[in-house]
Write a new protein. Sequence first.
Length: 190
Amino acid sequence: MVSPLVVSLKQADKWAIIVLDENGTYRSQLVGGTDEYGTKCGGDLLTEGRNLDNCPGVATDGRTVYLATKPPEDDLTPTNKVVAFDLNTGQAKWKAAAPAGQTFMPIRTEGGRLLMYLAAGRNKGGGIASLPQTGGTPQMVLRHPAAAATVERGFFDSRVAYRNGRCILMHARISGIDDEDEKSMAAFGS
């Protein structure tokens, strides 16, 4: 059982996120303001079972849902924010900005903290950062080496897993066209 149930609703160019109580009654709807969100719910990842989430860019705990904003498309060094929403009211509680030239993507909550993937920038390795549930300044948990930034940036629209000090990036799709250039997975950590 999932409590509370957070539901993404999409119709043509309209999108909303609602929260339901344990008995299925309406609890709240997220009020996103003027920000555009960069979630990828319902994408091409087919999931069976309960261990894979098909909604990258979203994390939640019992009181808060965390969404990544879309970086500007016309910016050469894109950056974004993570916005925390109160599940009882639907209102934004706080925002945290990614470093210049890099973007955040919420992964999950763990031990009272939000874990996020920090995408690699130009000559900057990515990594895993965390934030307390109250917001504040992101703290790096695992920093990927700058020497791997070019390879890491090649993982466009990748899936990210982090566990026990290790970060794994996986391509959502593998073409198999050019074996020399095709990279399906990269791992960082100890």
